[in-house]
Design a protein around this ligand. Structure first.
Ligand code: SAM
Ligand code: SF4
Ligand code: F3S
Length: 442
């Protein structure tokens, strides 16, 4: 009988992709994925280090696992992801319940590490940056997590070194996967029912391999008939090149939501953050894209209360939000990250940061509510992905990634269908398929 593995995933979609690929890998040595975390032979925590008490959260999670398995056979406990990379061997020293620590660019070594541990009980940490070997290996074992909407990492790491960010230290230097390797993976997923591809990278629009850029990749994926929607995330304003902007003119499948983090609306703060772009450069990208396609909308990430942020800087951010009318953005209070340039800077008063965060979020939410309300009584295209969690409605996403819940039928899963929006709230749209509406009228 196969052994069971459960993976608890924290952090970004790239961690989600990695978790899926770890499942693909350790299937080869007899482990089978389970959602029941209480009966497992291997418990893997795929960690994120981006903000707050990330490291402590991992130790708390390990504590919970320890408690749960107190009266049972101890599972093999593996820590992967960005905290694994940052902490390495120290994790095994501090918490002997942990058996293996494997950083994000060493997943090609995971099977050997497990077999070696089972045979010789040697605890190891693997934290080399070896993205080429990682993807060469993953390419050979195939991506077996084909959903209607599938994630696909095309680029890893970051060379930008924003002063607040831990990613260049946890994911290493920028690396782009070979063009053909990516297209093969898209076709493999298409054969297994994927309709939407979400291309991932910490700096996805910096993608460059054998002179192919992200724009080339999108236009090539566009030719794959089973793929109906293409998205990419997360991009950096500095890499929003002319060729990529022009793709919005030609592509029929590239969705009209551009997630382009700006972090702050103040040039002074962008400079202190080492962001390498100005507010005007950002606005130029916005204007160019809007000119090409007025349907395009933006979402962003914001860091509030960065060291040195004063009231005027904050007002600049509010003004920018008012100008761009972002839909669906992420905003967080600055969190000092060990090892980064901003780690030791004097933080601003927590109460002030919290008040600013609340104000920003109120304004962002207002945009979101308005956008969703504007769709009421309209018919929109929805890619149907699954039944809702409580199995009473179907779930899909609009072109702008907004969740849509509606009465539908099972056969609609995997299709793009028209849905009439009947009502909405801040985060979701609710509606009915045209068929069902007609039945009600008749
Ligand atoms: N590469 C993307 C970019 O340049 O915008 C961002 C990727 S990062 C994984 C995702 C988001 O986390 C960032 O956009 C930023 O808003 C947030 N973030 C990163 N470091 C942070 C920190 N120290 N405190 C708070 N938020 C942080
Ligand atoms: Fe982090 Fe993005 Fe800056 Fe890279 S560009 S350091 S991933 S915020
Ligand atoms: Fe977190 Fe690492 Fe992603 S720090 S956001 S899991 S790149």
């Amino acid at each position: 009988m196969n052994k069971k593995i459960f993976i608890k995933t924290f952090g970004c979609q790239m961690n989600e992709y990695d978790s899926n690929r770890i499942y693909d890998s350790i299937k080869k040595i007899g482990y089978e994925k389970t959602e029941k975390s209480e009966y497992v032979d291997c418990y893997l925590i795929n960690t994120c280090h981006i903000r707050d008490k990330a490291k402590e959260k991992v130790y708390h999670e390990v504590g919970r696992v320890k408690k749960r398995f107190k009266a049972k056979k101890k599972p093999l406990l593996i820590i992967t992801g960005c905290v694994a990379q940052a902490e390495g061997q120290e994790m095994i020293r501090r918490e002997p319940y942990i058996d293996l620590v494997i950083g994000p660019q060493s997943y090609h070594k995971i099977n050997d590490a497990i077999l070696n541990y089972i045979e010789k009980k040697i605890k190891i940490e693997e934290t080399d940056f070896d993205a080429i070997s990682k993807f060469k290996y993953l390419n050979n074992i195939k991506n077996d997590t084909a959903n209607t909407s599938s994630l696909l990492t095309i680029q890893e790491g970051c060379d930008k070194f924003c002063n607040f960010c831990v990613v260049p230290y946890t994911r290493g230097p920028e690396y782009s996967r070979p063009f053909k390797q990516i297209l093969d993976e898209v076709k493999y997923l298409e054969d297994r029912g994927t309709k939407e591809i979400i291309l991932l990278g910490q700096n996805v629009n910096a993608y460059e391999s054998e002179n192919y850029k992200l724009s080339n990749l999108i236009l090539e994926i566009e030719k794959i008939s089973g793929i109906k929607r293409i998205r990419y995330t997360t991009s950096h304003p500095k890499d929003m090149s002319k060729d990529l902007i022009q793709v919005y003119k030609h592509s029929k499948k590239l969705m009209p939501l551009v997630h382009l983090p700006i972090q702050s609306g103040s040039n002074r703060i962008l400079n202190l953050m080492n962001r390498k772009h100005s507010v005007d450069e950002y606005l130029n990208i916005y204007d160019e894209l809007k000119m090409i396609n007025p349907k395009i909308k933006f979402s962003s990430d914001f860091i509030i209360g960065y060291p040195g942020e004063n009231q005027e800087d904050f007002i600049e951010t509010l003004k920018l939000i008012d100008r761009i009318k972002f839909i669906n953005s992420y905003s967080f209070i600055f969190s000092p990250r060990p090892g980064t340039v901003a780690a030791d800077l004097k933080t601003i008063d927590r109460k002030i940061s919290s008040e600013r965060l609340k104000k920003i979020q109120d304004q962002l939410f207002e945009n979101q509510i308005k956008m969703n309300k504007s769709l009421e009584d309209k018919i929109i295209n929805v890619l149907v992905t699954n039944l809702s969690d409580n199995k009473t409605k179907f779930f899909g996403r609009s072109e702008y990634m907004t969740p849509v819940l509606f009465e539908g039928k099972k056969e609609d899963i995997g299709k793009i269908i028209p849905v009439k929006i009947t009502h909405s709230n801040r985060s979701s749209l609710f509606g009915e398929t045209i068929d069902i509406l007609n039945q009600k009228v008749a």
